[in-house]
Each structure stands twice: as C-alpha cells, then as structure tokens.
Ligand binder design. Structure first.
Ligand code: KG4
Ligand code: ZN
Length: 339
C-alpha cells in the first residue's frame, strides 16, 4: 500500500510518500518564523502551512518519482494540535484526495508517534511500554495491541519538551531549545548547579513545572555571586528531567508486563534519555526500541506509516472534523470501518 501523508498539527509542515514500512520520500519544513516570538504563534503557523504544503507535496511526489495514479490514498493528521494548522492540513489533503479520486484517511498525531519506532525497524513485540515525550505530551502508555492503549502515567502540568524550551529560553537559546540544551548539557557539570528530582514519588506521573521554576529561582539566587555557566545549568536540568523520566519508566515496568521499552516524540531524540533507556531495558533483558532520530520530531512519515498499519488491520477513519484536543484513550470509542 502506497500513501501520500500530510502532517501540520503544529509548526512542522511535512509531506511524505510511504509504501508500507518504507519511506519513499519525505519533505519537511520547520517553520523558523516562530523563533522570534519564543514559541509557536498559532495564526502564523496556519498561514505558513498554507504557503508550504503544496510545494512540499510536489517535491515529495517528485522525489518518490510517482504519479497520483500510483497512490492508494491520502492520510492526514486530524488532531490533537493547533486548530488552524490542523484545518489547513486536513483541507489540503481532502482536496488532493477528491481531485485525484483517492480514499482520504484521518490519523491521531499521538498514536502516530506511538508506533513511529517501527518505521524502518521491525514490528514492536507486544505488549510494550512506550514513553511518549514531546513539546505537548509526556505519557507512559502500555500497548497490548493496535487500539489497545492504557495510560499508565502522564504529566500533571508541563510536558517535558515544554520545560526544555522554557529553561532554554532562560538561558537565551532559540525556540525550540531542546536540541541545543542537549548539546550544551554535554559540556556541563550537573553537580555545579544542583536541582531537585521532580515528583520523586512512587507514582508513574510526571511534573516539570516545579523543576523549571527551581531553575529560575536558583539562577536569581546566584545572580549576585560568581557567574553560573549555562552548560552547567543545562546539564543539571537534563539530569533531573531525564532522571525523572527514567524513574517513572522503572515504576511502570514493575507494574505492567512489557516485552519491549519504546520511546517516541521530539524529546526521544535526547542523547542522555536514549542511553539511559538502553541501560534500563538491558537491565530488564528487553529490547529498547526508540524512534529513529529523524522520525522523533513531528513528521509525515509517521502519519503515513500508521495509516498503512491501520488499513492492514482493517481500521479506516475519515471524519473530516479536526480535533484540537483528542486524548489517546478516546480512540477506542471511534467508529471504525473495515476495508
Ligand atoms: O514531537 P515534537 O516535534 O512536537 C510536538 O508534538 O510537541 O516535539 C518537539 C519538542 C520540543 O519541545 C523540542 O525542544 C524537543 O521536542 N526536543 C528535544 C530534543 N530535540 C527536540 N528535547 C530534548 N532533547 C533533544 N535532543
Ligand atoms: Zn508531535
């Protein structure tokens, strides 16, 4: 099955051509316009998607060297995300599907992240535990099959990516700051700027808002003393944030059976998180299957991959109303049609 997939839920405009597990082309543009505002401006994001999507689709078709006749459908993100951005992507994809006479399929963005470790890898063994970490989500999901998801834990306030971005801003880094914080942390000494481990309890939930505030207060306290190095702050924040993610994965693995530990979403690209997850999985004797770095951040490949996987499982949805808020657990109640 070969699909053209479109992703536009936030500030990445992305179009891919995917044939089952293999990516034939992917064209993504991260909208740089938001950096000047220190965060995503919804109106600007919607307008940029409008300007970018047709060009990206043309490029993706050209790079895959195919014509519309060789496609079996168009897949697009329906939610969750920014309403204006979702509307632009969904209407663009629906127009293409209508014009080319192809089936039009809508996809849940977080469910696509969840299965993204399978792209260009083998299938994940069931059941597995997936740590979903992005700019908007931090969740531990126990997966026993397609559409069989149980949320084991989630953030009570900020998502971990959001905390990375906010602390990065305090350090004068450009939005989104996660990747630069990761680089900075490599040269820093975490013990030079000690921070508390957030929500250090026996639950599987997360909290990153207090950690972010602790960085702010400690930077203020130390403002009058000897200069604090930005790389030490980044290293300390990273140690505390990743430490919390790993501790909660450990708690969850003690609660539910898991044949693998998976990780996906923008923050899954983090170097310390990837190596600590590897160690944790190795200690348990299970594989650690993290999404390839290029499929961690928002991208259309994961949308196309999940669309192919769902269609192979006989699940096909094409409701054209966008859902800006859409908990993963609501998927179970969707009307599905066997194709
Ligand atoms: O999944 P994603 O592309 O978009 C959302 O759905 O939110 O995730 C973006 C988030 C941003 O907060 C960004 O700073 C963070 O992922 N991020 C990282 C790294 N690369 C991206 N955070 C920590 N370390 C990284 N290497
Ligand atoms: Zn995402």
């Amino acid at each position: 099955m070969r699909l053209l997939a479109v992703e536009s839920s936030c500030d990445e405009s992305s179009v891919a051509v995917i044939k089952d597990r293999s990516i034939e082309s992917i064209c993504t543009k991260t909208q740089a316009i938001h950096a000047a505002y220190g965060g995503v401006v919804p109106e600007l994001a919607g307008r940029s998607h409008l300007e970018l999507l047709s060009e990206l689709a043309e490029q993706a078709m050209e790079q895959a060297s195919i014509t519309p006749r060789e496609l079996d459908g168009i897949a697009v993100t329906r939610g969750p995300g920014l309403v204006g951005s979702l509307l632009v992507g969904l209407n663009f994809a629906r127009g293409l599907a209508h014009g080319w006479g192809l089936p039009f399929q809508t996809i849940h963005h977080i469910e696509a992240h969840l299965w993204s470790p399978e792209i260009e890898h083998s299938e994940l063994p069931l059941p597995f535990l997936c740590l979903l970490v992005s700019g908007g989500h931090t969740q531990l999901v126990h997966v026993t099959g397609v559409r069989q998801y149980q949320i084991i834990g989630q953030t009570l306030d900020d998502a971990v990516g959001e905390a990375y971005d906010k602390v990065g801003k305090m350090l004068g880094l450009t939005f989104p700051a996660g990747a630069d914080m990761d680089k900075l942390a490599k040269n820093g000494d975490a013990s030079a700027f000690p921070l508390p481990t957030p929500l250090n309890d026996s639950s599987c939930d997360f909290s990153f808002s207090g950690l972010k505030t602790a960085v702010l207060y400690r930077m203020r306290d130390r403002a009058s003393g000897p200069a604090v190095r930005a790389d030490d702050i980044a290293a300390s924040f990273q140690q505390a944030a990743v430490g919390a993610l790993i501790a909660k994965c450990e708690h969850a693995l003690a609660l539910v059976p898991a044949a693998a530990l998976a990780c996906a979403g923008g923050v899954a690209a983090n170097s310390l998180l990837r190596s600590r997850l590897e160690d944790l999985a190795a200690a348990r004797g299970i594989p650690c299957l993290t999404a390839k770095i290029k499929y961690c951040a928002d991208n259309a490949a994961m949308i196309g991959y999940l669309a192919c996987k769902l269609r192979a499982a006989g699940v096909f949805e094409n409701d054209d109303r966008v859902l800006p808020r859409w908990p993963l657990t609501d998927l179970a109640s969707l009307q599905t049609t066997l194709v």
